[in-house]
Design a protein around this ligand. Sequence first.
Ligand code: FAD
Length: 346
Amino acid sequence: MSTDVVIVGNGISGLILSILLKEKNIDHVVLNRVEKRKTFELPETIPPSTLVLLESLNLLALFSKSASKTFGYHSLWNSDSVTTDNFFNHNPYKHGLKLNKKKLLNDLEALVTGNVMHFNNLIDIDRSDENVTVRIESNNVIQTITSRIIVDATGRNRAVLKHLGIISESFDNQVALSCHLPYFKHPQLIHPVFVESFENGWGIVSSLNERINGMTLHTQKGSPILPRLKEYRNWKDILSNTKLLKDFLADDGNCKVVGGKANSSRASQISGSNWLAIGDAAIALDPLSSHGISNAIYCANSASKAIESHVTNDTTTSFKGYEDTINQVFDEYLKQKMKLYDTVNH
Ligand SMILES: Cc1cc2nc3c(=O)[nH]c(=O)nc-3n(C[C@H](O)[C@H](O)[C@H](O)COP(=O)(O)OP(=O)(O)OC[C@H]3O[C@@H](n4cnc5c(N)ncnc54)[C@H](O)[C@@H]3O)c2cc1C
């Protein structure tokens, strides 16, 4: 099989890139790895500013269909009093979206079903400056796909970059431990998202639906609380000095804790002569920023333009331009992040 572009990974960045390439009539496939494990559902939110980008891509109606509106959030970030950010001060959209990610991914995939290929294992990637050959295995059958360009949209796994020998730079060692709790509406809070910092970390609680709240606690690898955070029965003690976060905990000590990376990192190279990384594969942000999905959409849009230019003009300068832009975004993000954590550390 031969095509112009192979996108590996069918998260938000990979699927939006596919939708945008389809609109540009660029021949491509999205490789969707069939996951063996069920994904743990996280309550994820996108801010009002991202709705402008979605509207410009004609995707706002689709995102809204898989989401509920949210009108702000509260935080206790190294402070004694609760800060409230009300989205009604934002323009033109006075709300953000709390996503049902599973439904959203299904809806996005439905727009490009003809471009999606399911597979079990990525066997190898062979790249030269002329073309890229990808070998995948599906139900014991091996398929070979040859393309002009390959895109890494595999999130923090950076599966394509690993095959290409591209390393990652990590800017901290943050990890996230999440669990599902019975829904509880705090009497002192209006909005469904609340963030609080505490010694050695910070936590967020956000409703997943009318029955479940998702709580995620963040700390650094090597922190004294990390081993205890892995067991829910220790959370009450760890959060005992928090003002409001502790109120969301359930008495039932059987909640399953699921852990994962939540550090800030960047691929040491984001593009090459015929490859690009997008979304978390390019730059992975701290969940505190609430901008991971916005970045995935932004990268997919910028990459679609760079690929169009590459395919039509046969030039690689557009890929360099894409990389420079994403690096600038990340440099600005790092400055903002440093300011935010400085207020906790001093
Ligand atoms: C605890 C936590 C909370 C978060 N909360 C928010 C939030 O509130 N708002 C927000 O905007 N962002 C949030 N984020 C970040 C957000 O989830 C990500 O930034 C976003 O999903 C990145 O999209 P992506 O398409 O780049 O990658 P992903 O969503 O990770 O998608 C990658 C895809 O690649 C596939 N894949 C992986 N490995 C391989 C492989 N080897 N071969 C083939 N396919 C592969 C995966 O199955 C997946 O489908 C949060 C992150 C964390 C960790």
